[in-house]
Design a protein around this ligand. Sequence first.
Ligand code: NAD
Ligand code: UGA
Length: 458
Amino acid sequence: MDSTLNILCIGAGYVGGPTMAVIADRCPHARVTVTDINSDRIKAWNSDNLPIYEPGLDAVVRRARGRNLFFSTDIPAGIRAADIIFVSVNTPTKTFGQGAGRASDLQYCEQTARQILACADSSKIVVEKSTFPVRTAEAIARILNSNGKGLAFQVLSNPEFLAEGSAIQDLEAPDRVLIGSEETPAGLRARRVLVDIYRAWVPADRIIESNVWSSELSKLTANAFLAQRVSSINSISAICERTDADIDEVARAVGADSRIGPKFLKAGIGFGGSCFKKDILNLVYIAESYGLMEVARYWESVVTMNEWQEARFIRNILANMFNTIAGKRIALFGFAFKADTGDTRESQAVAVAKDLLAERAHVVITDPKALEYVSTDLAGIDGVVECERDPYVAAAGAHAIALLTDWDLYRTLDYRRIFDTMAKPAYLFDGRNCLDHDALHALGFSVFPVGKRPLLNI
Ligand code: NAD
Ligand code: UGA
């Protein structure tokens, strides 16, 4: 690898920050600069209080920052100095105009391409790190190569597969790294530069090379397949609840078939997070725009099943608490969309909180990392909401606990102490099936798991 390789990343979020920190850590001879238009975020990346919580991230940043990892708001200077530019901006679902509610909003991507074009004074490799609809590279290349400066840009696709909460582990030992390029001599040369960066720590047989379009489509497809598994197992959880079958036993039996496998078969309140819903809806939109309506409806049903699972969870709470929760204190254990992250984007807990507030419950939210987002996520929603860092205080006086995020912390609480302080009958709705239900039942709780027989004390 060229010892003076200058790497720039535009977008210092959940992907840009950790990804570049690991590249800088593993490629000490590259100089890596991460930029963002959000100056508060950059300030936080330069402080001891990083803007995102991710196990292991602090140590990686501490090793590389100031050595060959830099965080800056000076995007033009970064562009001028860069040999290779990763684009890691957000690609939310479009909320307006054609494709609203489905298509990806590509405005940040296009702004970035235009800024690269305006500032670049030498040819560069541009890498799509964000999740983009298939054929976005064509649009980026067209913008970049419309320059009158005689510069040539190669656009590569290198989608990120990390999951929040395990980002550092996923980046340091990835199942695979996917790199797509144009299959021309210039495209293959650019592909080689990116392969060489990853080869500093990723074994060759884990680096998959392909054309750009396969790479772009593989990312959306991977997320759709993962989300589909969660919706599939959740659909079966509803059948379990009617038949006394047990969803964990079913998942174990089904997952033991190596063709299916045990991962991503954990039933619960449904998938959350910033990517699954957005990416499946984008796939739906792409299918529709090619006139493939059956394909669109098929993938859309994965999202519909997810929404139904959350609605079912609320209906279950209501039905078992005498059809009224108005004025009842309900403690929500967890607000993040999964454990080990403070991220609440598309968290099922936000939807659950809103539905409980619509029933006029008194909602008390506790979470070790996500409480700071409660006020924005529930902005404009009427009702009584409290935030409480200490789960024991949150549960004191509550009629029910709804466990919504599978933080390890919640498995090790003293539930006898909690039971003693709650209103009776004390209900526990385990939306993640992560507690010891028999032990809780023995303490006096009425326990409602997902996809298993309830254990009643009433
Ligand atoms: P994010 O919102 O955390 O970060 C995006 C950053 O880009 C923001 O800080 C924003 O200020 C910045 N930005 C937007 N426009 C900009 C511009 N013109 N110039 C400079 N900075 C700009 O998003 P994220 O979670 O990091 O996701 C980024 C992309 O990666 C998305 O396409 C997402 O689908 C994909 N992805 C996310 C994950 C994940 O776990 N979060 C995993 C894999 C892929
Ligand atoms: C997901 C993918 O796992 C990553 O590979 C991908 O890079 C990323 O999306 C992305 O494109 O952003 P992430 O959303 O961070 O990662 O988290 P996951 O671990 O996939 O969990 C997503 C949701 O599904 C969570 O709410 C989780 O609790 C839920 N889930 C997951 C289940 O309900 N059951 C399971 O068995 C697995």
